[in-house]
Design a protein around this ligand. Structure first.
Ligand code: AHR
Length: 650
């Protein structure tokens, strides 16, 4: 609920004269719709065990430890459980569970523990699908959900299994809430029963899609109004070795045909995630659907024929890049081609005859050096000759301003054709404050910039308010310079409680809860209030204080950018105060005046720069919105310490 409130928000004594902010109400340039977007990677259990709503872990028995997350279950029965690869249901998916039942009793079989348990809601429906066969063609299965004590929550059966692999589907309704439930699949017939691709999904996925995504997690993405979604990463694109690289063709079609892969973030920190795999259930088709669902432009990033240069730096010889280049060409056909084309037909067969309108494609993630350049060029030539309108994103290495970055910048200055350059920076807050104006100095005639991965890293790597405010300062620069920066995304996006290889992150979650960090609120506020065009601002009296009240690295007292929303005829002013004192400012138009009435003020602040949100206390730092009176003259107001403020005034 909005309330009319006094202008002093979290006011503290003010020492200096107000900063003079003067806005020219004539736009300098339009802001691209795509500016604020999302970087998604399956890191920190972001996909399997996270966004992807599959409740069974290791559903296809393809982990190196084939029965990981599974255990045998016997209900007054006798039998053995083993793993076999004898005539699998799909060659991409060679292993499966074999039950050899001597005494069926009330069922012998297997039980899956999910990811830290399976969460169930009372009265909710859950869809089971599985592949099964019985050696003598006389099988029978019992499928149950049980709680942690083994008490049943739902049960159904598959009465007649044949000799050949077949997919079976059924629905279970949970009688109670459970946080650590298990799925049991039991054979009730003597002899050998084989089981594979055992899957359990809630009915309640986003848009009720089969093979769908978690409702609550998609919602917080959609709420950000993202202009684009970059997928599937990150280093995961590169792989530790080329064998481990992400190849999109392995991620489409029937889930039984998708080849499982180790997650590149497996073992990332002291062998802490040895069972981290990619089921590819959330594959390229699902990423495109997600983009449609949340209104984001798809931005796939493909392997350029190199594995992660921090790891093995394996390289496909330049003369042998054709399969990788073909993958890129075929991806555009998969996304945009007619249903009569080879890859367009596959999209249609998966249920989406309409094109996905792919306009952006990345070649390589965080690659560097001459070895990248010589691989990028043949991709560029082939892609531009067939699809000149698809904008290509080129890597500039792992961090801006180093030698690798300079090489690419230099080459593009010398004429290397590049549409968009992908810059990454994981740096301390003072770097963000000192670099907020960096894009003021970029060549307007050069390639566009994609600030593809960034996050302020404070001591202890917390997702704190201080980090978020430093990022907000940079965002004022990105917004103001959106004639050169066409896209920006914080990274990484998701982190699952107890399964995190990288911090800080934008969104934390467990099996039931979601926690939005202060950095999420900054990204969301910029995106939700994205102006249509930028209005020039002049600032006076804005030098940072010479005492300890100024934030380290700050080049000014307030970081300010203005824009206009044409439909509502509102001026939108973004003001970041990174210092530890409130700052006062006087805001005026340098011709004309504000309309009398009320304005809206949205503030992200707290009582400490170290404030964080947690799963137990998710709302400690969150934006507050209020209305304030506007009398038509200059607006004099104060900006709290460590804050982002957005003023919307007619
Ligand atoms: O965002 C985490 C990782 O940081 C990404 O995978 C990689 O591109 C970067 O090094």
């Amino acid at each position: 609920m909005k309330t009319v409130a006094c202008l002093a928000f979290l006011a503290v004594p003010l020492l200096a004269a107000p900063v003079q902010i003067s806005i020219t109400p004539k736009p300098s340039h339009d802001v691209p719709r795509s500016l604020h977007g999302l970087f998604f990677e399956d890191i920190n259990y972001g996909a399997d065990g996270g966004l992807y709503a599959e409740l069974v872990q290791n559903r296809s028995f393809e982990h190196a430890e084939s029965l990981y997350a599974w255990s045998p279950v016997s209900r007054n029965a006798q039998g053995t459980l083993s793993v076999s690869d004898d005539k699998p249901c799909h060659p991409q998916n060679p292993h499966f569970a074999r039950l050899d039942v001597k005494v069926p009793g009330e069922g012998f079989g297997i039980s899956n523990e999910g990811w830290d348990g399976i969460v169930l809601d009372p009265g909710a429906n859950y869809f089971v699908s599985l592949f099964a066969r019985h050696a003598a063609g006389k099988g029978k299965l019992i499928v149950r959900l049980v709680d942690e004590t083994g008490s049943p929550l739902a049960e159904s059966s598959i009465p007649a299994l044949g000799k050949d692999w077949k997919r079976y589907e059924l629905t279970l309704k949970s009688s109670r809430k459970a946080d650590h439930a298990k799925l049991e699949v039991l054979s009730a017939a003597p002899g050998i029963t084989d089981l594979d691709v055992i899957s359990l999904f809630p009915e309640n996925t986003w848009n009720h899609r089969k093979n769908g995504l978690r409702q609550d997690l998609v919602k917080v993405l959609k709420d950000m109004k993202p202009g684009f979604l970059r997928f599937p990463g990150g280093c995961i694109v590169e792989g530790r070795t080329l064998d481990n690289a992400y190849r999109w063709k392995e991620t489409i079609g029937d889930i039984a045909a998708r080849k499982q892969n180790k997650n590149r973030w497996m073992d990332a920190v002291n062998l802490k995630a040895p069972q981290y795999y990619q089921s590819y259930g959330l594959g390229f088709f699902e990423y495109f659907l997600l983009c449609e669902d949340i209104g984001a432009e798809p931005l796939p990033i493909l392997n350029c024929g190199m594995s992660c240069q921090f790891q093995n730096a394996e390289k496909v010889p330049v003369g042998q890049l054709q399969p990788y280049i073909q993958d890129a060409l075929d991806l555009i056909e998969f996304a945009n081609g007619p249903t009569t084309s080879q890859w367009g037909a596959k999209r249609a067969a998966m249920g989406h005859p309409a094109p996905f309108h792919l306009k952006l494609l990345g070649v390589g993630n965080e690659q560097w050096g001459p070895e990248y350049l010589e691989r990028y060029k043949p991709f560029q030539a082939a892609l531009k000759s067939k699809y000149p309108d698809v904008q290509l994103v080129m890597a500039t290495g792992p961090r801006v301003d180093d030698g690798h970055w300079k090489l690419i910048m230099d080459q593009t200055r010398k004429g290397l054709p590049a549409d968009i350059l992908d810059e990454h920076y994981y740096c301390p807050p003072d770097w963000f404050l000192a670099n907020a104006d960096r894009y003021d100095r970029y060549d307007r005639k050069g390639p566009k910039i994609f600030a593809g991965e960034f996050a302020a890293h404070v001591a202890g790597l917390k997702s704190s308010l201080q980090a978020a405010i430093a990022e907000a300062a940079l965002m004022t620069g990105i917004l103001r310079d959106s004639d050169v920066v066409s896209m920006a995304s914080y990274a990484p996006l998701f982190a699952k409680k107890d399964h995190t290889q990288w911090t800080p992150d934008l969104i934390f979650f467990d099996n039931r809860r979601v926690c939005l960090t202060p950095s999420y609120h900054v990204q969301a506020l910029f995106s939700q209030n994205r102006p249509d065009a930028i209005l020039p601002v002049t600032l006076a009296g804005n030098n940072p204080a010479a005492d300890a009240s100024a934030a380290k690295g700050a080049t000014k007292r307030l970081y300010v950018t203005a824009g206009i929303d044409r439909a509502s005829r509102e001026i939108i002013l973004f003001v970041v105060n990174p210092g530890n004192q409130a700052e006062e400012a006087s805001i005026s138009l340098n011709s004309g005046s504000f309309a009398k009435g009320t304005g809206t003020r949205i503030v992200l602040a707290s009582n400490s720069p170290d404030a964080v949100n947690t799963l137990d206390s998710p709302d400690a730092v969150k934006p507050r919105s209020e209305e304030f009176p506007v009398d038509g003259g200059a607006i004099t107001t104060s900006f709290a310490a460590d804050s982002l403020t957005i003023l919307r005034v007619k």
